[in-house]
Design a binder for this molecule. Sequence first.
Ligand SMILES: [Zn+2]
Length: 395
Amino acid sequence: MTVFPQNRTGHARMAANSREVSRALARTRRDFLRGAAGVTLGGTLLRSSWARAAAIPARRKVVVVTFGGGARDQETFAPEGQENIPHLMRELIPQASFFTQVVNRGILGHYVATASLATGVYETFNNFAAVPPQSPTVFEYFRKDLKRPSSDAWVVAPSNGFNRIGESSHRSYGAGLGAQVILPKHLLTAATSGRANDYQHLLRDNYETPFYSPELAGSEFQLQQLEMLLKLSVDDFKSHAQTLSSPDELSLYIARQLMRQVAPSLLWITMHDIDIAHAGAYSLYIDGIRRTDRLCSDLWKTIQSEPEYAGKTTLFILPDFGRDSDEDAGGNGFQHHRTGDALSRTTWMLAVGPGIREGVVFDRAVDSTDLVPTLGSILGFSASQSQGKPISELL
Ligand SMILES: [Zn+2]
């Protein structure tokens, strides 16, 4: 076991070492993608702003997908992993701008990390508490600055623990300015009046601590959402749900219905199937990656085929963070994300849509908190409290 000196020099050395690990991982990812997906190295490919402006429609929409609890490169962006992500490799990446070094410097718990992605600030609240983010969310900036109605910003979230993610406790924002949050599992529980024996495979809520699952009230409101808003009868919803194989499939089904019936301009979908890795079964973790890959492709096809979204929507896909490496004695490999090492913090992001350069890879370091200011530049609001800055390659 290595003992690091607990002084400034020691910390500085560890930080420098982490940066080097992140950089090396980003370069490996970049070289892999240039060979396997045929993408070009970005940086010198700036088109004229006139040509870009001509390609971008005035009323833009954005869909953000978090890539399900995080996967390692050996199961994704590596020669031995690429078979698990054929849709990303062959369909999405050739049309996308891809960033190989997105560093998350925050807490590696799914709710707090996803909330940090949504605020552009590393939130520090307890991951296992039903509390709102402290900094304004992207939904509040969007709605307040652009004076958009509550129907224009939505979150589809995987577990009951995410029910507060749409709206912060910040005093200049918060109350009444956030996104509406739809929890497909909660809908399903309401639709089956709690007698959901046939749906247990869709209702697993949290893979890290099975004991944490906040009870939510309001099943009547949920059923109203289903029928009035999504235009789904309880019986149709129940019978369709029976054909689905996982919670993320249920989320995508609800997201599609939302896109057709409400067509929000800002839609945030949090996937979570991959995180079944915590249960320790490698094959289920791989199934989760393959399913998430397919669902991302299905979502992009939906965006291109729905008149409200086609030609004016930018899709962002990024994990909240990664998983432990096999080499680190303090971790359990793919199963968990406990060490907080550089590998589990160095993720990626792809963006695809009108005005976004196609088939380009960037390996400079960007920060997880840069997402919200980037969305601000695209949609036209100011993320004034965010710690990040807009990613210039996407503007
Ligand atoms: Zn997890």
